[in-house]
Design a protein around this ligand. Structure first.
Ligand code: A2P
Length: 260
């Protein structure tokens, strides 16, 4: 096997849980020197005969956690995920030493409500942000949406949000200030429809009994498929939200959920 490039470390799988035949979460060891901000992503992968096979993965665990959690789709023809889905506790996983990303609190200017909107595995960075104490000092209300094809694919965000009140650091704040709005599009479930349509029609706001999106009071993070991101950018631009970045914080930030 080729020697490991210096920017990578070798970590060990600690736990793995499959949600559906397409989705699983896994936990790995964390190098002592590894620092990240809630919402960032890092390259994760496996050794192969010729060179490491790596993909960008949002870190789903909070920065204070001793271990690192990730949430993955299984793309049957995806070179990495078709192998990664077979990992077991004790197996080796490669990880880059440096994380990066735009879905960070530093990229948003102050406001009172934070909307984190996701499709599919795009919920993962928000699983980290929802467990980060700074989220609750910066925002009074956090509205988290998750849209998937099937009801079973909403289980991960349900597990994470349901566990928030027990969290020793943010439990009390989360119990009071987090609202989850989950929808599915291809099977019958509690709420159906794309979140973009439910925002456009105003139904999401009436369902939650909250005021509609307004750049004077709200900040937004978007993570999911490219078409979802483009549609949300158009909706937010039409409402005069300004897209921000690490270098120029503003009203909203977007990032594609990674697949393959
Ligand atoms: P739909 O079933 O109507 O395509 P995927 O698994 O393809 O990434 O999709 C995940 C979820 O994101 C699905 O519920 C899908 O709805 C939804 N979705 C896909 N494109 C958009 C979009 N442009 N706006 C809102 N939701 C979308």
């Amino acid at each position: 096997m080729a020697p490991l490039p210096e920017n990578l470390t070798t970590e060990r799988v600690l736990a793995i849980k499959h949600y559906t035949d397409r989705l699983f979460r896994f936990r790995i060891t964390r190098p002592a020197a590894f620092r990240f901000r809630a919402g960032e992503f890092v390259m994760i992968g496996l050794r192969t005969e010729d060179r490491p096979l790596l993909r960008a993965y949002s870190i789903a665990s909070p920065p204070w956690d001793d271990t690192l959690e990730f949430y993955s789709i299984i793309a049957p023809s995806g070179p990495l995920t078709s192998r990664l889905c077979h990992i077991k506790p004790g197996d080796e996983v490669l990880m880059a030493r440096k994380p990066t990303g735009t879905l960070v609190l530093d990229a948003l200017t102050p406001a009172s409500r934070l909307f984190v909107l996701s499709t599919g595995t795009g919920f993962a960075p928000f699983a980290s942000l929802l467990r980060e104490p700074e989220t609750y000092t910066k925002f009074e209300k956090i509205i988290v949406t998750h849209t998937c094809r099937e009801a079973a694919e909403l289980r991960y965000s349900e597990d994470i949000v349901n566990a928030l009140p027990e969290d020793p650091l943010i439990g009390e704040a989360a119990a009071l200030h987090v609202m989850r709005y989950a929808t599915c599009t291809r099977t019958s479930c509690h709420r159906s429809g794309r979140v973009t349509d439910l925002i456009g029609s105003g139904k999401m706001f009436s369902d939650l009994s909250i005021a509609p999106l307004n750049p004077a009071s709200d900040r937004v993070m978007v993570c999911g498929s490219l078409p979802f991101i483009h549609d949300m950018q158009a909706i937010l631009n039409a409402k005069n939200f300004v897209e921000g970045s690490n270098a120029a914080p503003a009203d909203f930030v977007v990032e594609k959920a990674f697949v393959g």
